[in-house]
Design a protein around this ligand. Structure first.
Ligand SMILES: Nc1ncnc2c1ncn2[C@@H]1O[C@H](COP(=O)(O)OP(=O)(O)OP(=O)(O)O)[C@@H](O)[C@H]1O
Length: 237
């Protein structure tokens, strides 16, 4: 695994949304190649990922992604920190699969024809060579999710931020994507309710109401989170 010692750093970050405080003075240093985020619904995982790619800016404090402060480098950030959304409909903007995947490549400086050739090659490599000209709106939710994942992978950003990326994928595609994520050279930060997906990561951060409840190896943190889920689930049932 090659990483250049870069890190994602939150320095005393505070953020309110809709009049509610989501983060209050949160600091985190995240240099590990594979970082998982867990936490109950509404604990702040998606918001944290959005802070990391500049979709959201902190009200106070700073977010630095591989040396760039998000508030100052908002325009460059998508090519540094690629974001795979929970809902593919929030990400897809082009009518056909090949255009959607080629968009990121054009952003990286490839001419249209080369971008489309590369996008087609990526689809072929993934066993979806016949998808290139398919209208995206005709794809199933899981198929759209795969297009979103491929679009971000095609851009080869330094950091890949994944927000529940596999929820609609069938088991075979999920396995294939999980393997692909494991092989990536880039830093990966993934929020997931599927704890098996992050069980072999370097570090897991458990968020609770915008604060870090636990932070450590997957072995420790996931065991504690599973215990919490069992206990809280019993109370709720
Ligand atoms: N656009 C918004 N306006 C107001 N509040 C918001 C907005 N987006 C998120 N929040 C609030 O911020 C908090 C954190 O939400 P977030 O989506 O980050 O949680 P999450 O951990 O990703 O949840 P889930 O597991 O359900 O995806 C929640 O209390 C949510 O209501």
């Amino acid at each position: 695994m090659r990483l250049d010692g870069s890190t994602i750093r939150l320095e005393a970050v505070s953020l309110d949304r809709g009049g509610r405080t989501v983060f209050d003075d949160l600091s985190l240093d995240l240099p590990e190649p594979r970082i998982g985020l867990v936490g109950d619904n509404g604990s702040g995982k998606s918001t944290l990922l959005r802070l990391m790619n500049g979709l959201l800016l902190p009200d106070r404090g700073r977010v630095l992604v591989h040396g760039r402060e998000t508030a100052r480098h908002r325009k460059d950030l998508p090519s540094i920190a690629g974001f795979i959304f929970q809902n593919p409909d929030h990400q897809i903007i082009f009518p056909t699969v090949v255009e959607e995947i080629a968009f990121g490549l054009r952003h990286r400086g490839f001419a249209r024809r080369e971008a489309e050739q590369r996008a087609t090659a990526l689809l072929e490599e993934t066993g979806r060579g016949d998808w290139a000209d398919r209208p995206v709106h005709e794809l199933s939710q899981g198929e759209k999710q795969l297009v979103c994942i491929l679009s971000v992978l095609a851009m080869e950003p330094r950091v890949i931020l994944l927000d529940e990326p596999f929820s609609s994928l069938d088991l075979v595609t999920r396995e294939a994507m999980a393997r692909r994520v494991r092989r990536l050279d880039q830093q990966v930060v993934m929020a997931s309710h599927e704890l098996d997906m992050i069980a072999d990561f370097d570090r897991v951060v458990w968020l609770e109401r915008g604060r870090v409840r636990a932070d450590g190896t997957p072995g420790e943190v996931l065991a504690a989170y599973r215990r919490h889920a069992r206990e809280a689930g019993e109370v709720m049932a």
